[in-house]
Design a binder for this molecule. Structure first.
Ligand SMILES: CC(C)(COP(=O)(O)OP(=O)(O)OC[C@H]1O[C@@H](n2cnc3c(N)ncnc32)[C@H](O)[C@@H]1OP(=O)(O)O)[C@@H](O)C(=O)NCCC(=O)NCCS
Length: 398
């Protein structure tokens, strides 16, 4: 058996290698979209530090960087891209207005899942409009569908949430920044600059993050030649898992449940005694602090209040107990912990935490889909080690 570091001698050579479970640390593609350097606590979008981008540039500028390969060079270019994003939201509205009421109608309000309905919406748009396998499309057509998927996600999440709660859907306002308009479409009110800014920074920081499960999923589906909506829908499904994007509400729910500072220590120890995991801690790549949680923690501090104080206390207690009970594992606070706090403080309802993650990550997914399909696409086809009963065995007759 060869080792995982051996390279195939030709493009079609077949390797028989064993790799770590979950492909942890295995490089399965080349990318110029971005990367995470876990041990340094650093991640970047293309050649820029992502946290610096979040401090200095708008979400639309980052969208431009991911989809066009570079930042807008002038204010006019930046404004034009922002205006284009507004037009994309307006175009998405025509489908959302038509489809969302039907998708939600008759559903039990307490059961209806916003992220699941978003999957249905994007699948419906792709199916109804006959989005073709990308193999049959030009690069321009693929790009257009990717941009539409980004707009559809923001407009769709807001509309699904409002219809679910018996409220009128709010049409996009193309003149607003993408993050501000998303928040407005969710709450029905133009948010304060402070709230819009906090949410925009959260979205900036979560656009992309290396070869995480949902990004990999999007690329695997795209690698088959499937259409853009299929790849995005699959990525959303991957994001929904609590081990990936589905944890923010759980992390904050834990802080809510703890309720008081005194309660933190016994509550967290009880989690370990049950053999459960602490939500909002640990990361497959970071062994130092997640830079996203540092910045989001600072934004939360800026917002202030009792809840933030309690969260800081729960965080420190958790880190102390993790160090005591799981020493040497490098388990630190991950993005989910403060993400939830920042989203709630911005006015995002708890049930939209993961769908709001999709609103930014869809920019990264679609950049990855485009890279996958335009740069020497290869269908992903790994193998599994068969561990079942020895084969072949006689097929028993009845
Ligand atoms: C994110 C996560 C899936 C990463 O997992 P991973 O890097 O593959 O880590 P492993 O599952 O290999 O765990 C390594 C060790 O740390 C422990 N561990 C990892 N995360 C833990 C957590 N959140 N709470 C308690 N223990 C944890 C594991 O029990 C394991 O201990 P062991 O060595 O005694 O068996 C994991 O940390 C987790 O489940 N976190 C909670 C969910 C969450 O916050 N998800 C959002 C991710 S951004």
């Amino acid at each position: 058996m060869a080792t995982a570091t051996e390279q195939p001698s030709s493009r079609n050579a077949v390797l028989d290698v064993e790799v770590p479970r979950g492909l942890k640390g295995v490089k399965v593609a080349q990318t110029s979209i971005g990367n995470v350097r876990g041990q340094e606590g650093f991640f970047h979008y293309r050649q820029y530090d992502a946290t610096e981008l979040a401090k200095k540039r708008t979400l639309e500028d980052i969208w431009h960087l991911m989809h066009e390969g570079e930042l807008p060079k002038t204010q006019a270019e930046s404004d034009a891209y922002r205006a284009q994003a507004g037009q994309l939201r307006l175009a998405a509205w025509t489908q959302v207005e038509q489809l969302v009421p039907g998708l939600v109608a008759g559903a039990d309000k307490d059961k209806l899942d916003v992220l699941g309905t978003l999957r249905a919406l994007i699948a419906a748009v792709g199916a109804r409009e006959g989005w073709k396998p990308w193999l049959d499309l030009s690069a321009e057509e693929i790009k257009e569908q990717c941009s539409r998927a980004v707009a559809l996600t923001a407009v769709g999440v807001a509309a699904i949430y409002r219809v679910k709660h018996g409220k009128d859907m709010v049409a996009p306002d193309a003149s607003l920044p993408h993050a501000t308009d998303y928040l407005r479409m969710v709450t029905g009110e133009v948010p304060s600059a402070e709230k819009a800014d906090a949410l925009e920074k959260y979205l900036d920081l979560t656009v992309d993050h290396g070869f995480n499960a949902s990004t990999f999923t999007a690329r695997v589906v795209a690698s088959t030649g499937a259409d853009v909506s299929s790849a995005v829908v699959a990525a959303i499904g991957s994001l929904s898992g609590p081990l990936h994007g589905g944890a923010p509400s759980r992390a904050l729910a834990m802080v809510d449940e703890i309720g008081t500072k005194e309660n933190a220590d016994p509550f967290i120890r009880a989690i370990f005694e049950r053999g459960d995991r602490l939500m909002g801690f640990g990361h497959p790549v970071y062994t130092t602090m997640d830079p996203r949680s540092i910045m989001l923690g600072e934004i939360a501090d800026g917002i202030g209040g009792e809840q933030v104080e309690l969260a800081r206390h729960v965080e420190q207690t958790s880190l102390d107990i993790l160090e005591e009970l799981k020493p040497g594992r490098g388990l630190k606070t991950n993005v989910e912990f403060y993400a939830a706090l920042v989203m709630r403080s911005s006015g995002i309802p708890d049930e939209l935490f993961t769908p709001t993650f999709a609103v930014s990550r869809v920019i990264g997914w679609t950049a990855n889909i485009r890279e996958q399909v335009t740069e020497d696409n290869r269908i992903f086809r790994p193998s599994a080690q068969y561990v079942g009963p020895e084969a072949p065995q006689d097929v028993p007759t009845l």
